[in-house]
Design a protein around this ligand. Structure first.
Ligand SMILES: O=P(O)(O)OC[C@H]1O[C@@H](O)[C@H](O)[C@@H](O)[C@@H]1O
Length: 364
């Protein structure tokens, strides 16, 4: 009884994009702020696991995506058949300060443990906020469901990373179910100093069985093998398949990578921009057992494919340097298609590209 009353009170007093808000007939009344911002029509903010706020994006044909404000973390991406395309561990804690295991963690301002910050940086375990007044979309893409999340450093963050920044994460779900994440990072230092950072989308995809998966687009590339002292090798063969632990960093990887799941008869296409490295990681059985928030056999159910800015050439890694007032965009688009015919998928990818150019994404 108490709970119901509280919810009523909160719902009526809150902005439609604030936590706890649900789309009701009342919210659709004329003049309601929700009706004034077209791109918010398919957006809902609800309570997720452990009471954490999450944004739900929906498309009319049935696809959806979920983003936790904790970490600016995409935890769900479903196609119009309702099939989950991302992996989240059954053991994921959804409890700060631990990052959520699975989905798409954002690694910023540091990738891995190369630097003085905590591993993979702090963005994945901070609370992000919703920007209710984001830059507009251009008129020829009115049907995208989209949310802009913002992360700015707290006083505590500035003690360990003394740079003022604004990180805008735009998550977009197109009518065909394509998911796009765009990260716009701005240097807001008032002392006019540049800062440097590394970055990654640490994407955990859901697969039927890792041994049934083939990755295309990385063959013949040079890679650094994290399992062999980061030594440099050249990939041989047609496509990547999996039969043991893998942790490889492909250098200068193409903007398009695909993986095919034979059992699910599904192809996922990944298109990235501003992210030259592609990391393929699967902990396999031994390492899985050592991770408290990862099931012993869940390595079979996920393909972890990171798109990152890091460029580690035998430890002489390059940071991305951002000048004062400067911005940089890095985006990742994923599109799921049925069947294992890459040509057909590329066709749909190109439709996707024309449907979501960078300019269009930012409405410029
Ligand atoms: O457990 P974390 O901090 O999420 O890191 C997961 C993994 O991230 C990968 O990027 C690294 O290559 C692995 O070595 C690491 O174990």
């Amino acid at each position: 009884m108490q709970g119901i009353e509280t919810k009523k009170k909160e719902t009526s007093s809150r902005h439609p994009l604030s936590p706890g808000y649900e789309t009701t007939s009342t919210s659709k009344q004329k003049g309601h702020p929700l009706n004034l911002i077209h791109q918010f029509q398919n957006v809902e903010v609800v309570k997720g696991i452990n009471g954490l706020d999450k944004v739900v994006l929906r498309q009319i044909r049935g696809s959806s995506a979920e983003i936790y404000l904790y970490g600016g973390h995409v935890t769900s991406w479903k196609n119009d058949r309702g099939e989950q395309l991302l992996f989240v561990s059954n053991k994921a804690t959804f409890k700060p300060p631990k990052a959520i295991r699975g989905g798409i963690p954002i690694c910023f301002p540091q990738f891995s443990d190369f630097g003085s910050l905590e591993k993979h940086g702090f963005a994945r375990n901070r609370m992000w906020s919703i920007d209710t007044n984001p830059p507009p979309f251009s008129t020829n893409s009115p049907n995208k469901a989209s949310i802009d999340l913002i992360l700015k450093p707290s006083k505590e963050d500035l003690k360990i990373f003394p740079h003022s920044f604004e990180f805008r994460l735009r998550v977009t779900l197109a009518p065909g179910g394509e998911l796009t994440l765009t990260s716009r990072i701005r240097n807001a230092n008032s002392d006019r100093k540049p800062f440097k950072f590394t970055f990654a989308y640490h994407t955990y995809f859901s697969v039927s069985d890792i041994s049934e998966v083939r990755v295309e687009g990385l063959e013949t590339l040079d890679y650094l093998d994290n399992m062999h002292k980061k030594n440099r090798f050249t990939e041989q063969g047609d496509a990547l398949t999996f039969e043991s632990e893998v942790d490889k960093v492909y250098l200068s990887s193409p903007t398009e990578i695909a993986f095919l799941d034979h059992e699910k008869k599904r192809t996922i296409l990944i298109r990235k921009n501003g992210l030259p490295d592609a990391v393929v990681w699967n902990p396999w059985d031994k390492k899985s057992k050592a991770m408290a928030d990862f099931g012993d056999y869940e390595y079979k159910l996920t393909l972890i494919l990171l798109s990152r800015w890091y460029l580690n050439y035998h430890h002489n890694y390059l940071w991305l340097v951002l000048m004062p007032g400067g911005v940089t965009d890095m985006w990742l688009g994923c599109n799921a298609a049925f069947g294992l015919n890459l040509f057909l998928c590329q066709l749909s990818l190109y439709i996707f590209i024309f449907g979501a150019t960078e300019d269009e994404l930012w409405g410029v």
